[in-house]
Structure formats: structure tokens, C-alpha cells
Design a protein. Structure first.
Length: 256
């Protein structure tokens, strides 16, 4: 009896299918997603550029009031000046737009129980009256303001107000107001906002009128209500603060 010895051989496996079509599909999907994201980014930038910021004033006033526990108002116009390329950054961030925000006629109130009278008003119980503020000198001629060492005078916030003058006088500060500002401008970067970081390169205040006060019982008007800490709090950083003329008053009811 003959027995044929046959070895178990598996049939030849077919050649692997080429992966090029799959790669092409993946690349097309990736390119499509990038194109959609870029289109959304352009749409957002165009919306922000052409959006009337004055329509957002009630929202801004509400948020600042909630954060400080004080009344806050922007009685003048609110505008934005866009910069592209961004002069404050280098590298790829240089091509992300930057913005300088302008606001006029700002007011921040005193705490509800505070009042800071100014002559010719009479003093109140526990606090003397502030002497009447003196008129400010004429604004410096254009180009006379000197830049801070190490910084160009062509930074957005400074270039926007190179004449050193505000567009209007500071609003009249009454006894219920802690601070009023004729004009404020802030040049900031947009990229850090994604990480809840507000980075202001230059903050300029024109003709601020600020009064710090301490009542006879020790209460002060420069302490703000503390809110419960957020899970992701915002970080706030100011590179440079510039004040162009103004008034600073201090009332102390503990001094006889």
C-alpha cells in the first residue's frame, strides 16, 4: 500500500492592498478640516473687526460690576484699532492680529456705604471734604512725549495717542464715584486669551481722577469684594502703565 506523503501547505496569500488610496482620503480629510478652521478663523476676525463694540458696553459694564462689586460705566465711545502683523510679538505669533482698545468717559463707583465729598461740598461724618481739584496744564505738543527706555514710541497704544491728549475731559466725579477716566487705551495680544490670560502690553490712562478714602471706623474704599475662586481663573498682566495728567486724592477720617 502506497502512501503519499503530502506536506500541509497553505495557499499563497494575496498581495496586501495598497494603502495609497487610504492615505489620499486621510490627507483630503485633514486638508478639509484645516480649510474649515481657517475659514472660521477668518470669519471670526472679520466679525470682530466690523462689530460695533459699543453694542457690547452693557455686557462689559455688567461683568466689571459683578467682578468688583461696584457700579461701572463707559459713557463715551468704545472702539478697537487692529494691528497686523502684530508688532508686539516675533516668530509665527507676529502674524496673529493684535488690537488696541479705546474707551472714553469711564467711571467706577465707591462702595455703597461710601461717599467722598469734594469742596465746595461739606464734609460728612467720619470723613473730611476733598479740596477742589486744580485745572490741568495744557497737553504736551505732538511728538514731545518721550518713550520709556527700551521701548519704541511706535507701540500701538502710544502711536494711537501720540499727541498726549484725550478726546474729552474727565467726567465730573461726584461723591459716589471713586475713579473717573477721560480716556483709556490698552494694547493686548489675542493669542494668550485661549489660555485665559489677559496680557496688556501698554495701558494708558488720560486724566484719571481717583480718590482713596478711609473712614474714621477704619473702612476703606480701595478694597473690593472677593468672589469665590473660579476653577479656571483668568490671569491678568500689564507690561507698562502710563498716566498722562490727572488727580489723585486721599481722605483719612482717622486723622484729627
Amino acid at each position: 500500500m502506497n502512501q503519499n506523503n503530502t506536506s500541509d501547505t497553505s495557499p499563497a496569500s494575496p498581495p496586501p492592498a495598497t494603502s495609497k488610496p487610504r492615505r489620499h482620503r486621510v490627507l483630503r480629510w485633514v486638508a478639509g478640516i484645516i480649510a474649515v478652521l481657517l475659514a472660521l478663523l477668518v470669519a471670526v476676525i472679520l466679525f470682530i473687526i466690523y462689530y460695533d463694540l459699543n453694542r457690547a458696553k452693557p455686557w462689559i459694564e455688567q461683568k466689571v460690576s459683578e467682578a468688583t462689586g461696584r457700579s461701572f460705566s463707559i459713557d463715551g465711545p468704545l472702539s478697537a484699532e487692529w494691528h497686523w502683523p502684530q508688532p508686539l510679538d516675533t516668530g509665527w505669533r507676529h502674524w496673529i492680529p493684535g488690537v488696541t482698545l479705546h474707551a472714553e468717559q469711564l467711571e467706577l463707583g465707591n462702595p455703597a456705604e461710601f461717599s467722598t465729598p469734594e469742596a465746595p461740598e461739606r464734609a460728612i461724618t467720619g470723613l473730611p471734604a476733598l479740596p477742589a481739584r486744580k485745572a490741568l496744564k495744557a497737553s504736551a505738543p505732538q511728538g514731545e512725549e518721550k518713550p520709556v527706555a527700551g521701548q519704541s514710541a511706535k507701540t500701538p497704544a502710544v502711536a494711537a495717542r501720540a499727541d498726549g491728549a484725550s478726546t474729552g475731559d474727565a467726567p465730573a466725579r461726584d461723591a459716589s464715584t471713586m475713579a473717573s477716566i477721560a480716556h483709556a487705551s490698552a494694547s493686548l495680544r489675542l493669542w494668550p486669551l485661549l489660555w485665559r490670560q489677559l496680557q496688556i502690553d501698554t495701558l494708558v490712562l488720560d486724566e484719571p481722577d481717583i480718590v482713596f478714602a478711609r473712614y474714621k471706623d477704619g473702612k476703606v474704599n480701595w478694597q473690593f469684594e472677593r468672589r469665590e475662586p473660579s476653577a479656571k481663573p483668568w490671569q491678568f498682566d500689564v507690561g507698562e502703565l502710563r498716566i498722562r495728567q490727572g488727580w489723585l486724592g486721599y481722605l483719612d477720617g482717622t486723622i484729627d
